[in-house]
Design a protein. Sequence first.
Length: 373
Amino acid sequence: MEKQRALLAAVAAASLLLSASPAGHAAPAGKASAAQTAPAVLAKGLLSPLHLSDGPDGSVLVSEEFKGQLTKIARDGSKSVVYRKADWDVAGSDRRGDTIYLSESQGAGPMDPRPLAGHIRSIDADGKQRTFGNLAALEMKHNADGGTSYGFKDLPAACASKLPKDVPISYKGQIDSHPYGIDVYGDTIYVADAGANAIVSVDVESGEAETVAVLPARPHTFTAKEAAALKLPGCIAGHTYGFEPVPTDVKRGPDGWLYVSVLPGGPEDPVLGARGAVYKINPHNGRVKLFADDVMSPTGLDMDDDGHVYVASLFGKGVLRLSAHSSNQTVVLPGMLAADVDIRGGGIYATVNTLPAPNAAPDGRVVKTPLDD
């Protein structure tokens, strides 16, 4: 039950766990669609295709994050490298006209001891690049969630003394930045900063970055069964732990609010169930409202014109549709290890098989299925 502020640390640890636990892939993730067909495969053989967006000329842009590469998948399935920086995490991308925007970072958490760095990079139609929006500097100056408390609030000292040393009893948000998903709207780029636990806006013209909102802690009340499964002292049963929220993607909805998928910090062990969520944020005043709870490992999202939210459930059953009116969940694109989703042109695009099994060749895929009316 370690805190995990860096998303890659979370998914890597979870990948190793679930590769040895078939039950992890069978976690409940909503009812199935009545007319489900096998999605068409547009590309395969990708390494950690954790992000997906609309590319130029009907193409698809895929961030192979562990490779530090942004790859374009043409309509005929051919691949070409748009951008590569092997020693950085190349994460979410989006497009405004002929200009491509992407986020990249390094030094996110204990798995990467390099100095904290992260920003937005743009690539125009002529290949000219620009770097702006110093997200790491913003976090180091303000520590967005520095006033947020995580961990146990009321655990008796006698019980706290029995916890493993790597389980923090309580703490405040620490300085960390890992820009992950992005969304371009007009002259503003909204960034889901998975390390800062916040949504950040970056002005395209000035390059200035500022915090829009901090996501709230994700509470979980332990049962005796969960404590035993995690080999934690039974005395934590009935006590609530505030886990860090890890924002993974952001999209501006047709109602003008920002919709944000949140992967819960801590273990991705299925014994704790579906603990992810989708929040909506007023971009003008930073007000945060819960849109959907009990979502299994949401790592990417998009929306349609009717306000329905589509979520890639990494350790669930594929891509889920969350109803705009009730947030009820329906599986609309079945797939294992679905990391991101893009809605366009009457179709649902997604990346699946995104995390390779140990000692196996990567076979991440881009797939597509029709969008039901």
